[in-house]
Ligand binder design. Structure first.
Ligand code: GRG
Length: 295
């Protein structure tokens, strides 16, 4: 199957899985389920669950078997977006083209919807047991999810991101933020696909390595897209708006150097999985696509 149709078919599975595994809006107490479903169903590329399903297939298992865990990682990602948008953090009004969760449901419910999506992620990862996945693999995936999303993973990235722009002018600090805020969950998605499918340790390491490079490329391109967004919104590049001061790869290194770094990470990602031959073609195309993406 061509790259695009395969990506779309994974996305379709994820949409169907979200409908099947999440409590419907009218489940008591309805407001929390409405808030969870509101953000989950607000769109989004579904990159992380797609990566998990593809890594499972790369490791020899039918994607349907991993669907609960794949929906789980999308739940966890959505929780991080809802909490990141809160007034105490980024204080954003829009996400995925719609008003943010707290704008619609209020802060208390938005916090709780995030909490509920975080815990749902673990429930759904454990649910792969019902698909016949051996318990040792399931427990390992759950542990990886906990570490990736905890105080030495996603949350560490967010905490350091809350520090001053002065601190973030250090390229090592910026790299730490990117590795934890962005690459961590992308890496988790890939290795969990491998772990749950019974991949060898060498294959799991390769998926992890690919994820690290892909995650960095994804974040660098995100910073570039922000510049385009800022040009469209305020007619100036990122960081030049007084109210919207934020330190990114682009403001630190400039557009040309940033583009070069993104291309280097994409090449590095491709080189990790090329030795595995034809079965890696989806991941090679995906890495190339990341460089060209527009949203
Ligand atoms: C634990 C509160 C908390 C935060 C953790 C993940 C995170 C840190 C914050 C979310 C905000 C953010 C900009 C993170 C960087 C990663 C990133 C580029 C997220 C956006 O992911 P996409 O582009 O979004 O895959 P869609 O909407 O397509 O799913």
């Amino acid at each position: 199957m061509e790259f695009e149709s395969r990506f779309k078919s994974y996305q379709k599975m994820v949409e169907e899985g979200i409908g099947r595994f999440l409590p419907p809006d009218d489940t008591y107490p309805p407001v929390i389920h409405q808030a969870m479903n509101y953000s989950l169903k607000a769109g989004g590329k579904r990159l992380r669950p797609v990566l998990m399903l593809a890594a499972g297939e790369w490791s020899g298992i039918a994607p349907e078997k991993l669907l609960p865990a794949a929906v789980g990682v999308e739940c966890l990602h959505t929780y991080s977006l809802i909490h990141d948008d809160l007034p105490a953090m980024d204080n954003d009004d829009f996400r995925r083209g719609k008003p943010t969760n707290h704008k619609v449901f209020g802060e208390a419910i938005a916090i709780l919807a995030g909490d509920a999506l975080l815990t749902k992620a673990f429930e759904l990862t454990a649910k792969t047991l019902e698909q016949g996945i051996p318990a040792e693999r399931v427990v390992r995936a759950i542990q990886e999810l906990a570490v990736a999303s905890g105080s030495e993973g996603l949350i560490a990235g967010q905490v350091v991101d809350l520090s001053s722009n002065e601190n973030k002018k250090d390229p090592e600090v910026l790299l730490y933020i990117h590795l934890n805020k962005t690459a961590r969950l992308i890496r988790y998605s890939l290795i969990a696909g491998g772990i749950l499918a019974g991949a060898t340790e060498e294959e799991i390491r390769a998926l992890d390595d690919y994820g690290r490079h892909l995650g960095l490329a994804f974040q660098i391109v995100d910073d570039l897209l922000d510049v385009v967004g800022d040009f469209q919104k305020i007619g100036k590049p990122v960081g030049s708006d007084e109210k919207n001061q934020k330190l990114t790869y682009v403001s630190l290194f400039g557009i040309e150097e940033t583009k070069k770094r993104a291309a280097e990470e994409v090449n590095a990602a491709k080189n990790v999985l090329k030795p595995y031959g034809e079965k890696s073609s989806f991941f090679i195309k995906l890495a190339e696509f990341i460089l060209k993406r527009e949203s």
